[in-house]
Design a protein around this ligand. Structure first.
Ligand SMILES: [Mn+2]
Length: 308
């Protein structure tokens, strides 16, 4: 029997990847298989201190004989992003939650072992595997908590447009097993906020996209927080400098605020405020800050701007 290596990409490992890899390792072992989670990429901000303190068990280096292993890839479907040690011919199963045209090949080769579905979190698919395969009662509280948190994180507490009924159902089932402290969600997002604040400029730059609109270039920075209003109000100097340094005609920060289920926007200048008002006339800016009616991801805002 070959050892089943569960892995993902090379750049970073987020909470969704972590939850998928650790929980799927448990499911395969419950089925009597020899499986190991190997995540060589560094854990990113979404794996917070509370989660790192849970005693996560996975390997950070790949040190197996390639002839004795097969690979299962989670949360990534494009082979060019797989960890370097993954031999594509030895990939036997893939889980992901997006649609790409390039998938044809993978789907043809893997058939039913290629699980690509439109759900908010890939980890939702792993929980559904526990249920389908009759092991839902055996999932460890730790793995239940990881999957639950991955769902909260990927769906922005169920407010993001990618959220499906399957994610909501999974989280309701898992919270009973995981039994987290009552303030788990708040602590999760506040710890992400603390990590961002250790180096706000670098972290914001990592999530900034510059796009050319008909009326000029725009920089859009996305930053997901527990309380975006508090963050904006107490960091205006840093935010002004950051937006100014983008050197674009328009610039704004869009920050889904998990506690309110809406976004706060921080605009560079009055032109940027006017541009945003042309998609949402109801916006009222005070000291460059305005609040939207519901929660939007940047990928939902972009088409609105491009249509102007
Ligand atoms: Mn994911």
């Amino acid at each position: 029997m070959k050892k089943l290596i569960i892995t993902a990409g090379d750049l970073w490992s987020d909470i969704d990847i972590l939850a998928c890899a650790l929980a799927y390792e448990q499911l395969l072992r419950l089925e009597g298989k020899d499986a190991r989670a190997v995540l060589t990429a560094p854990l990113n901000l979404t794996v917070t201190k509370d989660i790192r303190d849970l005693g996560l068990d996975f390997e950070q280096e790949f040190h197996y004989d390639n002839n004795k292993v097969e690979f299962i890839v989670v949360d990534i479907s494009l082979p060019q992003y797989y960890a370097k040690f993954v031999d594509l011919n030895k990939v036997v199963e893939v889980f992901d939650h997006h649609f790409y045209d390039e998938l044809g090949d993978l789907k043809a080769r893997l058939g039913n072992s290629c699980h690509i579905e439109k759900v908010g979190a890939c980890a939702t698919l792993i929980w559904e595997e526990f249920q389908k395969r009759g092991f839902s009662k055996q999932i460890s509280p730790l793995n239940a908590l990881l999957i639950y948190t991955a769902i909260i994180s990927n769906t922005l507490n169920f407010k993001a447009g990618v959220t499906t009924d399957r994610d909501i159902k999974a989280s309701e089932e898992l919270i009973k097993i995981a039994n987290p402290p009552h303030d788990w969600k708040q602590r999760y997002y506040e710890q992400i906020e603390e990590s961002i604040m250790k180096d706000p400029i670098t972290n914001m730059q990592l999530d900034t996209k510059i796009i050319d609109l008909k009326s000029g270039s725009i920089a859009i920075t996305q930053i997901e927080l527990w309380d975006s209003s508090r963050f904006f109000k107490s960091n205006s100097d840093i935010l002004d400098n950051f937006l100014y340094s983008q050197d674009t005609k328009f610039a704004f920060i869009t920050s889904p605020s998990i506690n309110k289920g809406c976004n706060y926007l921080y605009a560079l200048n009055s032109q940027s405020e006017e541009l945003l008002k042309s998609i949402w006339p109801e916006l009222e800016f005070k000291n460059k800050i305005a609040q939207t009616k519901k929660l939007y991801l940047r990928k939902e805002i972009l088409p609105l701007l491009l249509n102007l």
